[in-house]
Design a protein around this ligand. Structure first.
Ligand code: MG
Ligand code: MG
Length: 255
């Protein structure tokens, strides 16, 4: 069942998205060598709770996890792809960090992620992040009334594979609204013309997760949350919440 959002609901989701964008920007500005992931979480908490919003990440406890999530951001460094716990790990020069963040305003969610390098970046890391951002852009550009989920999946996957990158297996984007994760699932690779046809009012969180090593496999840390590339290669993850409107795709997670 796909919940279509009204114009009034989209306005509220844009508010939630604005809080997410501000939290991500604050994390990026604060991130530096010597800073811990927990400190970045505290920075995001100040933005989210300071705005009167709540966090859909904090205490999130899906069936597959052994424990509730303890932060308001996921912070995934280097070979960690997604769902990293913002704990005592200290950032160092050259680390590739992916921050994923959500916010809830008046019962409606926003969800976005960004990837960046601390200090000195290698060309390989910059190319990986650039391709991940281009894959997201291609997916967003496809999210128009009349297009199908498979068109979005194909757009994202084509950019990633053309770059020679892997894609985190079994993971992708999702519908979003009153719950952070709603139907439909949006794979990061797929066939054009397949799947649900998009209509105005559908809201999707699109989120390519690319592996530098070109493989799709991953392993899970003992914490039950952090997912890592199985070949130790670095990964990048970017995400926006996007509304399908009569005028085309509208990104809701902008500052
Ligand atoms: Mg997210
Ligand atoms: Mg998401």
């Amino acid at each position: 069942m796909i919940e279509l959002k009204s114009a009034a609901e989209l306005d509220v989701m844009r508010e939630a998205g604005r809080v997410v964008a501000r939290a991500l920007a604050a994390c990026r500005a604060h991130a530096a060598p010597g800073v811990t992931l927990r400190e970045l979480d505290e920075v995001a908490r100040e933005v989210i709770f300071g705005a009167g919003a709540t966090s859909p990440f904090l205490d999130y406890h899906p069936r597959w996890s052994p424990s509730p999530f303890p932060g308001v951001i996921c912070a995934s460094v280097n070979d960690a792809v997604v769902h990293g716990i913002p704990g005592p790990q200290v950032l160092g020069d050259g680390d590739l960090v992916s921050i994923d963040c959500g916010a809830v305003v008046d019962g409606l969610c926003g969800d976005a992620a960004t990837s960046f390098v601390i200090g000195t970046a290698t060309d390989a890391d910059l190319a990986l992040i650039d391709c991940t951002e281009r894959a997201l852009r291609a997916g967003i550009d496809t999210a128009r009334p009349g297009a199908r989920i498979g068109d979005i999946s194909h757009a994202i996957g084509s950019v990633a594979r053309a770059g020679g990158y892997g894609l985190l297996r079994h993971h992708g984007g999702h519908g979003i609204g009153r719950a952070m994760h709603e139907e439909p699932f949006v794979p990061n690779e797929g066939k054009p013309g397949e799947g649900l046809k998009l209509v105005p009012g559908v809201v999707l969180a699109l989120e390519p997760m690319l592996h530098a090593g070109g493989r799709d496999g991953y392993s899970s840390d003992d914490d039950g949350w952090t997912l890592r590339t199985d070949d130790g290669s670095r990964a990048a993850h970017v995400e926006h919440t996007v509304a399908i409107t009569v005028d085309g795709p509208t990104i809701l997670t902008l500052p």
